[in-house]
Design a protein around this ligand. Sequence first.
Ligand SMILES: *[C@@H]1O[C@H](CO)[C@@H](O)[C@H](O)[C@H]1NC(C)=O
Length: 290
Amino acid sequence: MDIKLLFVLGVIRGTLAQADDQEEDDLSLPNSNVYYPAFLIDLKSTDLTYKLLSKSPFTYIVVDPDLVPMTSDEVIQLRKEGKIILAYLSVGQAEKSRHYWQDDWVPGSFPRFIDDSTPSKSSTRMNTRFWMPEWQSILRRYLQDLISYGYSGVVLDSVDTYQRFVQQEERLFPADDMIALIAGLRQQQRDFLLFVTNAVELYQDDLFRRSIDGIVATGTWYHTDVPIDQRNTNFTLGFLRKARADTKTILASDFPKDLTHVCDFYIKCTTEVFRCAVFDVRLNGAGESC
Ligand SMILES: *[C@@H]1O[C@H](CO)[C@@H](O)[C@H](O)[C@H]1NC(C)=O
C-alpha cells in the first residue's frame, strides 16, 4: 500500500470533508476557504518515488537528496512535468550522516572548520566555521553533484549559524561571511535555484537579495503551538513581504497541531500571498489542512 500517496490524496479528501462540516456546523465560518499544504517538505521519508511525486498535487517539493530513491532521469522527468525539486543542503552545520563526513572526525581531531567550542545540542550535526575554504569546497562539490543529478535547486539550511559568531572575536562580520558563501554558490550555476531557510534579516543586504530565488520561512506565526511574539512576526514579515515584492518565492511553513492554530496560520499566511503549508515538526511529510 502506498502510504505517501494515501497521504497526498488524504489531504485533499480530508479538506473537502472539513469544508462540508463547516457548512453544516457554522455558517458564519468562511466555508469557501479550504486550505491544504501548497508544497511538500519531506526530509525523512525514504519512499518518495518518482511515481508518487509525479501524481502529487505539489509543484514545489523539498527532499533530502541522500534519502530519495529517485534516479537522475526520474528527477529530470519530474521537472519536465513542471515540478520544482529542491534538495536540502546544510551550509552552517556539518551532518554526520553525509558522505563528506570522515570516520576520523571525532572529538579531539575535528578538522578546523568544525566548531566544537560549544557542546553541540544535536548529536548528528555540528556548527561549521563556514567561511573556511575547506568547508566551502565540500559544499561546492556537494552542490555540483546536485546540479549534475538534475535537481531544480537547493534549500540552504542553517544559514543562521552565522549568528553564533556575532560579537565573537573570531570573525568581525559573520553575516557578510555567510552572504559571501551564498553569493559564491550562486556563481557556480546561474540558473540553479537557491532557496534559504529563515535568516530573513539578511535580506537587507543587496548581494544576498540578488543571490537567492526564494525563502523557506518556518515559525513565522507559530513555534509548534506557541504563538510567536507579534513583534517578531512583524519583523520577519517585513523581510518576507519585501522578498515577495521582489518576486522571490516564499514557502512558509509553521508546525502547529491545534486545528485553531492550523487554520489561523493558513488564513494569515494566505493573506500574504505566500505558498503556505502546515507540517509535522519532524518534517516527515505529514501535512495538516484546514
Ligand atoms: C504588527 O503589525 C500589525 C499590522 O501589520 C500591527 O497592527 C501590530 O500593532 C504590530 N504589532 C507589534 C507588536 O508591532
